[in-house]
Structure formats: C-alpha cells, structure tokens
Design a protein. Structure first.
Length: 232
C-alpha cells in the first residue's frame, strides 16, 4: 500500500510539473509584468524622496536669501535634512534593486535567448537562482553601495548647492564682519561651525570616491554604438 501511495504521489508530482512546463511561457510573462510593476512603483518612491529633498531645499534657499536678517544656519539644517532623505532613499533603493534584479534576470536569460539563441544565457542556473530568490527574498545590494550610488548620482550635487549657498550667505550676503564671525551660531564660534561643515563634506567626498565593486543589478552598459537600428 505504501509503495502504491508513493507511486501515486510521484505520478501526481510529475503531472503537475509537466503542466507547469507547458504553461511556463505564460507564467513567466505574467511574472515579468508583475515584477516590472513593482520595480516601477519603487522607482516612483525613489523619485518622491528626491522631490521632497529638492522642495525643502528650494524653500530654504528662497527664505534665507529673501532678507539679510534671516539666519544662515537654516542652510545647515537643510544639509542635515537632505542627509536624512539620503538615508531614506538608500533604504528604498535597496528594495527597488530586488525587483529590478528579477526583471533583468528574465530579460537576460529568458527573452534574450529567445530572440537570439546563439547568445546563450548570462546565468546558466537562472531557474535555480530565481526559484531560491522567490522562496527566500533577500536584499542584493549592501547599504554602503546603495548609499554611495545615490550620493554620487543625486545627493552630492544637492549638498554642493547647499554648500555654495551657505558660503555665499556668510561671505557676500553677510552683514559687516569677517566670514568666520558671520558663520557663528549663537554661542558656537564660527571656526567650529566651519570645521564641522568641512568635516561633513570631507566625509561625503570620501564615501563618494571610495572604490567599490558593483553588486546592484545594472540596467545599462557602456558600449560602442554599432548597428544601423541605433541611428534611428
């Protein structure tokens, strides 16, 4: 009886796998659209974070330069605020990379070989890798890499705009006195404030320039523009 039961289970499993293989192309198509939708949604969340950072920056710059009586340290608060948004966006980028990685895996190892079989597979074990990731989803990019990538592409330019604005505010647009005196905040001497700002930007520059092997899944590759279809 036990052997017969095992045989029935094996037969049922074989039948189920055969049905799945028959419907694999349809399943992968639906799966691709679902993962693309997830990727698009998380891409939108990244843009929302950046938009909020830019909006707050614009409001602070407008207010600080609207009058010489408005305190310069609001720009320093803006730097801290942008840094906080940077951390939030880093976390969102790591989640976005999960869905983007699946989309690129399907494009590389399902659609590309279908269109061009001679090109082969990018990952020979793509089914096993994808199945494991579906069973146990995991982040694929380290926090440092995600932080560095968003810093290079978006937040370092924003921080540099704030730095240039702050320097202009405590020099050109400051009341009478030296820039060091103008940089003071209440009882905090200007030298300490300038030193803290310099240290903050030095740390940001080190992180941005630190050599790092890429772990996140790339969408575009640098290559020569060859082929007539690219000229259109």
């Amino acid at each position: 009886m036990a052997d017969r039961s095992d045989s029935d289970d094996t037969s049922a499993k074989t039948k189920m796998l055969a049905e799945l293989d028959e419907n694999m192309s349809s399943l992968l198509g639906h799966f691709y659209r679902a993962e693309m939708d997830r990727s698009t949604a998380w891409r939108g969340r990244l843009d929302n974070t950046t938009n909020w950072a830019v909006t707050i920056m614009a409001a602070l710059l407008t207010f600080v330069f609207s009058s010489n009586d408005n305190p310069h340290y609001l720009l320093l608060i803006g730097m801290v605020t942008v840094a906080v948004f940077h951390v939030v966006e880093t976390r969102r980028y790591r989640a976005y990379d999960v869905w983007r990685s699946r989309v690129r895996l399907l494009e590389e190892d399902v659609f590309a070989p279908t269109v061009d079989p001679a090109g082969g597979f990018q990952h020979e074990d793509w089914r096993r890798d994808l199945g494991e990731d579906l069973r146990r989803p995991a982040l694929k990019t380290s926090f440092f890499e995600a932080y560095q990538r968003r810093l290079r592409r978006m937040y370092l330019p924003l921080l540099l705009v704030l730095l240039a604005s702050w320097i202009a505010r405590v020099t050109v647009f400051a009341p009478e006195g030296s820039a060091v005196e103008s940089a003071a905040i209440v009882s905090v001497p200007g030298t300490i404030v300038i030193g803290a700002v310099a240290l903050f930007y030095a740390a940001a520059a080190v992180v941005a320039l630190w050599p790092q092997d890429r772990e996140s899944k790339g969408e575009f590759y640098e290559r020569h523009q060859e082929g007539a279809w690219k000229d259109n």
